[in-house]
Design a protein around this ligand. Structure first.
Ligand code: ADP
Ligand code: MG
Length: 685
């Protein structure tokens, strides 16, 4: 078996199952191996009822009391009864597991595993799994993988498939021994085995360390190569200052902040310098980066060139396009923009390609469709990427190549300290928009438990009646296995429709919808045709609807704080007071305490740092600052020390052998060549 084989070649995977895997972005055996567990279930020693904690998954050794009753209600077979050990009693319920009728007998003792709940003072377990002593002994102490799933695909099915895929792993090693021992790394094969099926915690951690190493190492080598290429190249598109830019700045409804002025000064100096600009604008959510992009584009088009603005989602691209179109009307700007996204028809695209090539349009706004090969520009002088952290190095590179020697400007809201930014954006100069517009009212926050929902709904209703709009965020799209007590957009939308009067217009939005539908819904929300938008984190990036003043985040404990901060950045954008309600799905003290950090600061960088301090190493998998950068397993905050060390090693290696041709390093070069697509593109967007 080969990593590049399609997963349909695995035993037990037919067309139908392959389609489900495809939904998760898994097409090949190698994709499957890189579908790392989201979490692990650890099979600890069975505990006594009296020691067991409500709300946790536990294994109890229970004897069935009296007679266990089975009854049939319509299609449903329900079994109920009490069970106990010598310290306490638990009520047990099974739904639709009729075969257990012949298994469960009064007086017998079983190992029962499930989530312990308490209802009206009675301890209970629903659908506990049954184990014999032998079965349990085999699992005890191990970590069982929990994978990201989709409806119809069980954790068991993914586990089985991954087990088979392991056969594609070889002992081949691309790293020299020297690096392996310097960083105490296990082999690549061991890393995959250890991340999917660790025998214990230590094994999982060393597997993770190796995979993190690979991600950072390959990323940084690619980045250094890019930097070499870009360094100090002469621009084919020299510019001069134009009156349009000055006029536009004077007409704006607000004064630019000092930080915006300073950063625009830096951009202007680059564009006038005769050399290629390679600049990163770093600025917290809401610091006003979009207007800087528009100013740079205005300078470009008024010099007679084309510019491109790339966003990671269609929703955001569409919004930028609409904002620009509006500005053209209002301020008579010389922009002739076009929107280019994946959901435009083939004929429509051909038309747009022609307009781009002939120069009829001078600004192209879109998603990564912008960098597809068919697009030829007439004179592309400036390429801007918004929310840079969502793009891979390969995409950065392709885009700047499109324009020959185009100027490159990237914008990011990821709060990272300067020392890390220099490493991760080693190919770029960095500008910071480190000041928020003065007219902002800080968002009012609260962290609450699920019992607060009723009050929250009442509050939302009053705000909607005042004409405001609301975001409700859920972690999942739909119900699936492994997601007990996790809210999903589909069901939650229905629930809210039942709670609120019909006059309140509620709509769902998530990443699995067709792009055209997403755009339609987002546009309706922006036009105030929707009052409450129930959404996954697809709205996290960039969206600007200043009339939305309330955000309620369900299962807030499942998100990284930096990500919650980004989400919260969607409100507090207008002059009205905004409110953010973080609902924790657990009343675990630690997770409440973590969320409360969001209460006391609005500084993304501070929040990320504090989050890091509070999260022990055991949290590594449960909560990642997902969405940050393009790394799949590495976490730039958590693994920052390793990142710094690897950066030094990469410099040393390239100094010693910049083409990677020596025997020692040629393995790295070959690996890069073979996996070019995988390692630089990662699995972003
Ligand atoms: P981000 O940096 O998160 O991309 P945006 O560019 O979307 O932020 O700006 C957020 C909001 O702030 C927008 O509604 C924008 O019009 C407004 N804005 C930008 N600059 C200023 C300013 N100097 N004064 C007041 N409002 C501003
Ligand atoms: Mg933005």
């Amino acid at each position: 078996m080969n990593g590049s084989d399609e997963i349909i070649s695995l035993k037990g995977i037919g067309e139908k199952t392959a389609k489900l895997f495809q939904k998760l972005g898994i097409e090949t055996v190698s994709d499957l191996l890189n579908h790392f567990p989201r979490d692990y279930e650890s099979f600890d020693k069975p505990v006594k009822v009296i020691e067991a904690r409500v709300g946790e998954i536990v294994t109890l050794e229970l004897t069935i009391l009296g007679n266990f009753k089975w009854k049939k209600i319509r299609q449903l077979t329900i079994g109920t009864g009490m069970a106990s050990d010598n310290t306490g009693k638990v009520s047990i319920t099974y739904f639709n597991m009729p075969y257990l009728k012949n298994v469960i007998r009064s007086g017998n003792t079983y190992l029962m595993r499930g989530k312990l709940k308490q209802e009206r003072g009675v301890l209970c377990m629903e659908q506990p799994k049954l184990y014999t002593y032998e079965e349990y002994a085999k699992k005890q102490g191990t970590l069982q993988p929990c994978y990201g799933l989709t409806a119809g695909l069980t954790n068991n099915a993914v586990t089985k498939a991954v087990k088979q895929a392991m056969a594609a792993l070889t002992e081949e090693e691309y790293l020299p021994d020297e690096l392996l021992s310097q960083y105490c790394l296990v082999s690549g094969k061991k890393a995959y085995e250890g991340i999917h099926f660790p025998q214990n915690y230590e094994e999982m951690m060393s597997a993770r360390r190796r995979l993190v190493f690979d991600e950072f190492f390959l990323f940084l080598i690619a980045l250094r190569k890019l930097k070499e290429k870009n360094e100090e190249s002469i621009s084919d598109y020299p510019m001069i200052e134009t009156a349009e830019v000055v006029r536009f700045m004077e007409q704006l409804p607000y004064k630019l902040t000092n930080a915006q002025m300073r950063v625009f000064g830096e951009i202007k100096a680059d564009l006038l310098s005769g050399r290629c600009m390679n600049r990163l604008i770093q600025g917290d959510v809401g610091s006003g980066k979009t207007i800087l992009a528009f100013l740079a584009l205005l300078m470009t088009v008024s010099n007679g060139y084309q510019g491109a603005l790339m966003a990671p989602t269609e929703i955001l691209a569409t919004q930028h396009y609409e904002q620009m179109t509006e500005m053209v009307k209002k301020y008579h700007l010389p922009f002739k923009p076009v929107l280019l996204t994946g959901s435009i028809s083939a004929a429509g695209k051909r038309n747009i390609y022609e307009e781009i090539e002939s120069g009829v349009v001078n600004v192209v706004i879109g998603t990564h469709a912008l960098i597809q090969e068919k697009v030829h520009y007439r004179n592309l002088a400036l390429v801007i990427t918004d929310e840079q952290h969502r793009f891979g190095v390969k995409q950065r590179e392709t885009l700047s190549e499109k324009g020959g020697h185009a100027h490159v400007l990237v914008m990011s809201a990821t709060p990272i300290p300067r020392t890390l930014a220099i490493i991760l954006y080693g190919d770029l100069h960095i500008s910071a928009v480190d000041e928020l517009p003065a007219n902002r009212l800080p968002v009012k926050n609260c962290v609450v438990g699920t019992s607060y929902r009723k009050k929250a709904y009442e509050f939302i209703e009053t705000e909607v009646k005042k004409g405001r709009q609301v975001y409700v965020i859920c972690p999942m799209v739909e119900e699936s296995e492994n997601t007990d007590n996790v809210e999903n957009v589909t069901d939650y939308t229905e629930k809210l429709k039942a709670v609120f009067p019909e006059t309140i217009r509620i709509c769902a939005l998530h990443g699995k919808m067709r792009p055209a539908d997403k755009n339609r819904i987002m546009t309706a929300f922006a036009n105030r045709d929707i009052d409450v938008l129930v959404s996954t984190t697809v709205i996290e990036v960039g969206i600007n609807v200043p009339n939305a003043t309330v955000m309620m985040v369900e299962n807030a404990e499942r998100f990284g704080l930096a990500q919650l901060h980004q989400l919260r950045g969607r409100i507090g954008r207008g002059k009205e007071q905004s409110y953010c309600i973080f609902v924790s799905g657990t009343d675990n003290d630690k997770s409440m305490e973590r969320l409360k950090i969001l209460n006391c600061s609005n500084d993304g960088f501070y929040i990320a740092q504090e989050d890091l301090k509070l999260r022990g190493p055991g949290d590594l998998f449960g909560i990642r600052q997902s969405g940050d950068m393009v790394f799949q397993i590495a976490d730039i905050y958590q693994d920052s020390d390793l990142l710094r060390d690897i950066s030094i090693s990469v410099d040393a290696i390239l100094r010693e052998d910049c083409e990677l041709i020596s025997t020692k390093y040629s393995g790295i070069r070959e690996y890069l060549e073979q996996n070019a697509v995988n390692f630089v593109d990662f699995r972003s967007i």
